[in-house]
Design a protein around this ligand. Sequence first.
Ligand SMILES: [Zn+2]
Length: 374
Amino acid sequence: MNEKNRKKLLEIMKQPGNDVCADCNAPLEDSDWGAYNLGVFLCVHCATVHRMLGVQISRTKSIPLDQWTDEQVAFMEAHGNLKAKEKYEQYVPKFYRRPTEKDCQVLREQWIRAKYERHEFMDLDKQTYRSGKKTGYLWKKGRDDNRFQHRLFVLSEDDNTLKYYNKENAKEPKATILLSELNAVFTPEKIGNPNGLQLSYIKENMTRNIYLYTNDGKDIVDWYMAIRHAKFNRLKVAYPGASDEDLALQLTRDFLKEGWLAKTGPKGNEAYRRRWFSLDGRLLSYYSDPLDAFPKGEVVLGTRSDGFTVREGVPPGRLDQLYSFTQVTPTRQYYLSADLQEERRQWMEVLMKVIDTPQSRQDKMLMSLVNKEK
Ligand SMILES: [Zn+2]
């Protein structure tokens, strides 16, 4: 081990920009990695993706474990993460989702491939998701069965719609979804595919979910970015005074939390049943199966002053089970139970955070759309 060069690298990592991963912004430690032909410092997860690209694109070395030559160290010193950003992230669109260390693998991998392999952000012509239109086949889960079928999807920014077709030559789409009402979120574990994408919208007072994947990681991320781009452009017209940064935050929402809980029926003394819970902003939905098209029920959470609160345990006389807690709404109390104490703590924390957040104009619109009592 060349101790002099290793010390030099650790010095260089203290310079601005080099203390976080060039690709996902994770804080770096002295056990992390560098790509010596690109001049960037990387976390272990992004370095793994870099190695998948091949040595013609990226040549990685471990800071503490590999031998670094004087030339390689000099290259890292002369370049570094900030210079690499100037070059490889010249034209990252405002609507583009830059992954963080918490994001799913397909977003991280495609971001890294887009930057260094496809040079998407050095050349606007390579950003195909900017055209306002996208047409292609996606694997879509059947509404009432578990089979995934190849379905044609058509996105049109001009019409504000995403449509899909059940038959090859169908004249009428099976569904027409307004982009302004559409959310898209990567749920690879739930769908059981690394490229799993969930679409949701409100249909007849209830959430409708569509579960999709593609075989190609680039294609599903292109769909996601095309949806974000179309929504971004429409929001820019609707809210001419808003900043691009504010609009970019409204394009898609990840779930605040998902997982299994048990709940009683509306009377509160029936047996507990396992349900899959999903918290999307203020909308709390529960399902028999995580991949159901429609929830069994859902409630829009208002604020504390509207009569919403969360309490540990259940009231005396109610059936209790494991780590129970009560979600109080003005019209009903939901008796819920987690298998683990830590799960209960997390659910109560996130639900209370929602209740303590003032309602936005969008929240109030959602409240009027969703049927609260099921
Ligand atoms: Zn990283």
